[in-house]
Design a protein around this ligand. Structure first.
Ligand SMILES: NC(=O)c1ccc[n+]([C@@H]2O[C@H](COP(=O)([O-])OP(=O)(O)OC[C@H]3O[C@@H](n4cnc5c(N)ncnc54)[C@H](O)[C@@H]3O)[C@@H](O)[C@H]2O)c1
Ligand SMILES: O=C(O)[C@H](O)[C@H](O)COP(=O)(O)O
Length: 374
């Protein structure tokens, strides 16, 4: 069996080589001739899987994307060809929740404010939005969910109105990128919507760049009229609107979901799906391949202040290091992809065991591994 994988799928080589020849290729520049006689293809979000790419894929039986987003894959075309498809829903949702929580704590410290009692509107209450909601609630915020599709399907009891979203202290975006259907998200935050926001608010985009009209946002930001911006995703990646970067409080190259655990779950999920589709027995080594974290335990002697909590999150995930690297090296197309390719190992909060003498319920809800000190 021959399997082609994006070279940026961690652990793929070790896990898949049990089943045949594994060829790792650059996902951004993958070519049709690389798929001749290939049985399975595993990609990430940067590979457009369409008729053109699969023109010479004479033996292909399975395509998997080790990501949450699926807009880069023409699923109808795969179905027409009888090629099985799987994605990895929710694989890196915890990492996105931790990214947003870390960013919000940093932002409010910068403004000498507290998050307690502030409102947050979460646009898109799916896997990533729910993880953000859980952490925002743990930080004492009042959470509002806006998700008309889920409300219509009856899976969300209370979806607030879009007007309520625009009034929130924090607006955090967690929708897929869609141009069609009843609730398209392309430029959901367009010039008109952005004009209603104020510099006192915080706007987070960790879903897809094109959900915000980046040119319009730049114009408001340049006039000092935009909210405080936390931007992980950008329109046109990797060719982004570079002047926007300097106006963001936090700017990162689409790495909100890039925890090692999140990537490992993505690999594991598509591996399992591939084995099922190709009717082979799975031997998932991913958990075993996860390295021991550099840090392991911290003992807290007293109640944490807001500032100490901010530091604790940054101890595990140094969001400012990501931001710094991006501003220094990442805004050009090659820089953007390079930072993502050579992203340092980032662990989830659960990798840190917190020995806690004072009960702080919110640390557990934030994702830390709590050990009560009796
Ligand atoms: N920055 C990153 O590293 C990163 C990581 C993971 C996911 N993502 C992106 O975030 C998106 C969301 O991920 P998820 O796991 O939460 O997906 P999900 O499918 O679990 O949830 C998306 C939610 O958005 C809702 N939705 C769709 N259109 C909407 C609209 N117009 N208004 C409000 N809600 C709407 C859906 O009903 C659904 O509940 C993904 O599609 C992916 O593109 C980015
Ligand atoms: O959709 C997802 O899962 C995320 O956006 C993910 O972080 C994308 O990562 P990429 O495939 O671009 O490396």
């Amino acid at each position: 069996m021959k399997i082609v994988v994006d070279e940026n799928i961690p652990f793929a080589q070790q896990i898949l080589s049990q089943h045949g020849e594994v060829v790792a290729v650059d996902g951004r520049t993958m070519q049709p001739q690389q798929l001749v006689d290939v049985d399975a293809l595993l990609v990430r979000s940067v590979t457009k899987v369409n008729q053109q790419l699969l023109a010479q894929a004479n033996k292909l039986k399975f395509v998997g994307t080790a990501t949450i987003g699926t807009e880069h894959v023409e699923q109808n075309y795969l179905a027409e060809r009888g090629i099985a498809f799987a994605s990895a829903p929710g694989c890196n949702a915890i990492a996105v929740g931790e990214y947003v929580a870390t960013a919000l704590l940093a932002a409010t410290e910068y403004r000498y404010q507290s998050l307690v009692g502030k409102t947050i509107a979460i646009v898109g209450a799916g896997n990533t939005g729910s993880q953000v909601a859980k952490r925002a609630a743990a930080l004492g915020m009042q959470v509002m969910l806006y998700d008309p599709p889920a409300a219509e399907q009856g899976t969300l009891a209370n979806s607030v109105s879009f007007e309520q979203v625009l009034d929130a202290d924090v607006i955090s975006l967690h929708v897929p990128s869609t141009k069609n259907g009843k609730h398209p998200t392309y430029h959901l935050f367009n010039q008109q919507v952005l004009s209603k926001l104020t510099p006192e608010q915080i706007l987070v985009n960790a879903c897809r760049g094109e959900v915000i009209d980046n040119q319009a946002l730049l114009e408001f930001a340049a006039q000092g009229k935009s909210p405080l911006l936390v931007l992980d995703v950008w329109e046109g990646e990797p060719t982004i609107l570079e002047p926007l970067v300097k106006y963001a409080f936090i700017a990162t190259p689409h790495i909100a979901g890039y925890s090692l655990e999140g990537k490992m779950r993505g690999t594991s999920m598509v591996y399992q799906a591939m084995c099922q589709a190709l009717k082979i027995e799975a031997n998932d080594l991913s958990e075993q391949l996860l390295p021991v974290p550099e840090f392991s335990q911290i003992t807290l002697k007293g109640e944490l202040t807001d500032s100490q909590l901010t530091k604790l999150t940054q101890l595990v995930y140094n969001i400012f290091a990501d931001d710094r690297r991006f501003r220094q090296h990442g805004a050009s197309p090659s820089g953007f992809d390079k930072l993502r390719k050579f992203y340092p190992q980032r662990r989830e909060f659960s990798a840190l065991q917190v020995v806690n003498q004072h009960k702080q319920a919110n640390l557990g809800a934030l994702g830390f591994n709590i050990q009560e000190n009796k």
